[in-house]
Design a protein around this ligand. Structure first.
Ligand SMILES: Cc1cc2nc3c(=O)[nH]c(=O)nc-3n(C[C@H](O)[C@H](O)[C@H](O)COP(=O)(O)OP(=O)(O)OC[C@H]3O[C@@H](n4cnc5c(N)ncnc54)[C@H](O)[C@@H]3O)c2cc1C
Length: 431
């Protein structure tokens, strides 16, 4: 019998990779150092016993989630329905600007034009539409560069690719200035802050987020039966669905069991050392932060190139997250984004609980560096410094918010898909 594939970490990336590999017929062992699954998305109870999480209540880009559930055994809709939930389109966010005015921008092309034309006039609406149409092209270019296929080398970024991505010098701050409008400039800049970086260091192509929202919409998890006492907008329901999938697929889960070392023989991954002893491994998917994977878990000789690349990176700045119980809101779920003059966002989700409401605030004015949010942008070149999914160590793959796909939850799910595919090919080739 072949040795199992070891997945290090039970956050979104680890759960997603384990589910795919188990469905592909591999024996999978998942090691999680904490006592719960879900990583930063793990649900927990507040003092009042209400269920909360630190995940975003609104999800964009649902295709990677749908693909993950379908390819690991049952469609997302069916899995959620079994748990009493459904994924529904969400209302647009209400944005409040530094001057006190507000804007609720729909996600569809026509709705955006009409709203902006009414608020700021036709020429501003036209500039926005032209920018988003340009960002659609960015999306088409980026798909094959870390999202649907791996970004492995600078050679993939030829001249025309770079041109499509606004060149390698233009930053999000430059793009924001080019729209020549204080409010919309702040909206564009906020994308940099929300990814744990600053707009002056974030490449302009990161604004693709705006095109993705317009194309794929915004989504929320909510009870199938509106009268039921289940939570609205608690995205960690998806983690619970994934954990159930792992149980079904007989993934062996070791909670409270950190992996302390990845062991190699002849340069290939052969085992891991855990707090419960050494375990053989035919391959490893590491989903912890890259500094841990390449500095602490591996000995110094292998992965020298990746370690060198990491020197130019630092962890992204994660927001301070707080929860406050409030009277039942009138709408099921509301997102409000207060933007400072320079675009620093304070995002609050007001959502209905079984008996009252919960306001969860993600405050980007008060941040701390946290690798769970990925790596901070440090110019276009820092994209290529992110550790690739297929590493230079045979049998070692990474999937995380530090992957070239990006740090958003759907991007993390995509990096796990790429890691699972490449690992599957490696094992098949060695079989
Ligand atoms: C626009 C944007 C919005 C975002 N919004 C949010 C948000 O609202 N909330 C949020 O939380 N994140 C957010 N993120 C960040 C990111 O998408 C999530 O944090 C994501 O859940 C990370 O998943 P992960 O599994 O890779 O990492 P983690 O959730 O950090 O999971 C890693 C797991 O590995 C375990 N682990 C690490 N080392 C070891 C070891 N040696 N042995 C065993 N186990 C180990 C850890 O205990 C942890 O459970 C956002 C990012 C962007 C760009």
């Amino acid at each position: 019998m072949t040795d199992p594939v070891v997945v290090i970490g039970g956050g979104l990336a680890g759960l997603a990779a384990a589910a795919r590999l188990a469905k592909a017929g591999h024996q999978v062992e998942l090691y999680e150092r904490s006592e719960t699954l879900g990583g930063t998305w793990a649900p927990y109870r507040l003092a009042s016993s209400a269920m909360a999480d630190n995940a975003p209540s609104i999800l964009g880009f649902p295709a990677p989630w749908r693909d993950l559930f379908r390819k690991s055994g049952r469609p997302l809709e069916a899995e959620l329905a079994r748990m009493g939930y459904v994924l529904e389109p969400a209302q647009p966010a209400e944005m409040i600007f530094a001057d006190g005015t507000d804007l609720t921008l729909p996600t569809d092309r026509g709705g955006q034009y009409d709203t902006l034309a009414a608020a700021y006039g036709d020429s501003v609406a036209e500039r926005w539409r032209a920018l988003l149409d340009r960002l659609d092209k960015v999306w088409q270019t980026l798909r094959g560069l870390g999202l649907e296929a791996e970004l492995r080398s600078a050679r993939q970024l030829n001249r025309s690719v770079k041109r499509n991505l606004f060149g390698h010098r233009m930053t999000l701050a430059d793009l924001a200035s080019s729209i020549n409008h204080d409010h919309l400039g702040a909206v564009i800049r906020s994308i940099g802050y929300r990814s744990g970086s600053v707009p002056e260091q974030t490449p302009a192509f990161a604004a693709v987020e705006l095109s993705m929202q317009r194309t794929f919409g915004r989504w929320q998890v909510q009870p199938l039966n509106p009268g039921s006492k289940l939570d609205v907008g608690r995205s960690s329901v998806l983690v619970e669905a994934l954990a159930a999938r792992l149980e079904l697929r007989k993934v062996r889960i070791h909670l409270g069991c950190p992996v302390e070392r990845i062991q190699l023989r002849n340069g290939h991954v052969t085992a891991v050392a855990t707090s419960e002893g050494d375990r053989p491994a035919s391959a490893v998917i590491a989903t912890g932060d890259p500094w841990q994977t390449f500095h602490d878990l591996l000995s110094t000789a292998p992965a020298r190139r990746t370690r060198g690349q990491l020197r130019g990176l630092s962890p992204a700045a994660a927001p301070t997250i707080t929860h406050q119980e409030v009277p039942t809101p009138t709408a099921l779920l509301r997102e409000r984004v207060a933007l400072s003059e320079v675009g620093v966002p304070t995002v609050s989700y007001l959502r209905q609980l079984a008996d009252n409401g919960l306001r969860t605030t993600h405050d980007f004015n008060h941040t701390l560096p946290r690798p769970s949010y990925g790596v901070a942008w440090n110019g276009f070149e820092s994209w290529l410094r992110r550790p690739s999914v297929t590493t230079e160590v045979p049998g070692l793959y990474t999937a995380s918010p530090s992957s070239p796909a990006g740090a958003g939850p759907s991007q993390v799910v995509l990096s796990a898909a790429l890691a699972a595919y490449s690992c599957h090919e490696y094992l098949r080739a060695g079989a």
